[in-house]
Design a protein around this ligand. Structure first.
Ligand code: 2P0
Length: 325
């Protein structure tokens, strides 16, 4: 019997990962850069035993269906191959996010699972190797191995595609990200399907590829010089550009809801009133607002008034993966 447990925090991309050039290895089309956050995380325990006859995956105390378990089993096969064992496993995973927030994150989930496997099977992977393994589960998971600002180098094969911390002189300690939770009941296009459809069909996708490296360069410059305005402006326009590509996909789709637009407009209004803050969005309607810590309370209050206090959660920079004894 082999056992391991790990905790990984979620991350939000400031420069987005949007599109794969290799679906099996999960190699991305472009580098991405994220901030790991402290407010949302996943704890995962794994138990491998020769007595188990199948993989079982419990998420928040619920036994998961065949489809969800299959994705986990495929990932475990990679870890089992590295360890040279065939034992089946029981995985018990807890998401520490507010219920129904629409934030259930594959980034923290697959990173925690990779860390738990490393521990349980004594794989001895260092953080870079762990990042490569986590990537095979879910692209964004490779960034949750590390804390603070993290860049995923796209690479060109399994070996060369992994994340690493970005030198920041502790700039992340000055920042807050205010989550505005706008989960509507609309049926989602998963990020996996959404990016696949966009790469395959969107006439705007080439525009994304042509400019994302310049965005990344400018964002790294902003981190280097601790220029909050440049950081925010670059992040916001990169997110808008990513979401723009979905509008030209076939069939077209969008992750925005009416409330997302309302939140984006509120960010612009705050800026006009002299509060520097900037938004980003991912594969869902929630809006995340980047602000300096010294002004986070003004932003939290503004969105609590516009929506409700329960829909607003402030996060700060979070740490890398942790093994739990
Ligand atoms: C990101 N997203 O950079 C981008 C921005 C969503 C929008 O990474 O297919 O769950 O498992 O590699 O990592 C979400 O995609 O996708 C994501 P897979 P993943 O955060």
């Amino acid at each position: 019997m082999f056992k391991g447990k790990a905790r990984a925090y979620t991350n939000i991309a400031l420069i987005k990962y949007w599109g794969k050039k290799n679906e099996t290895l999960i190699l991305p089309m472009n580098n991405s850069l994220s901030l790991t956050l402290d407010a949302f995380y996943t704890e995962t325990e794994i138990l491998f035993s020769e007595e188990f006859t199948e993989d079982r995956f419990y998420l928040d105390d619920q036994l998961q269906d065949e489809k969800a378990t299959k994705k986990i089993s495929a990932f475990l096969d990679l870890a089992r191959k590295k360890a040279g064992i065939a034992y089946k496993a029981t995985i018990t995973s807890q998401n520490f996010v507010p219920t129904a927030a629409g934030l259930a994150s594959s980034a923290s989930g697959l990173a925690a699972l990779a860390g738990a496997c490393n521990e349980a099977l004594h794989l001895g992977l260092d953080d870079k190797e762990l990042s490569r393994l986590a990537r095979r589960g879910s692209g964004s998971a490779c960034r949750s191995i590390f804390g603070g600002f993290v860049e995923w180098e796209k690479g060109h094969d399994d070996e060369s595609s992994y994340a690493q911390p970005v030198p920041s002189n502790n700039f992340e300690e000055e920042l807050a990200m205010v989550f505005v939770l706008l989960n509507d009941q609309k049926k989602d296009v998963s990020s996996r399907d959404g990016m696949r459809r966009t790469v395959a069909t969107s006439s705007f996708y080439q525009g994304w590829l042509d400019t994302v490296e310049a965005d990344l360069y400018q964002l790294k410059q902003a981190i280097h010089t601790k220029d909050f305005q440049a950081l925010g402006e670059t992040m916001e326009r990169n997110a808008l550009k990513m979401h723009g590509t979905t509008l030209a996909a076939l069939p077209p789709f969008t992750y925005w809801s009416a409330d997302s637009l309302k939140a984006m407009q509120a960010v612009r209004t705050l800026r006009n009133e002299g509060i520097p803050c900037y938004f980003t969005m991912d594969a869902g309607p929630n809006v995340k607002v980047l602000v300096e810590k010294k002004q986070e309370e003004i932003v939290r209050q503004a969105f609590s008034d516009l929506f409700s206090p329960q829909q607003v959660i402030t996060a700060h920079a979070g740490p890398g993966i942790k093994i739990i004894e």
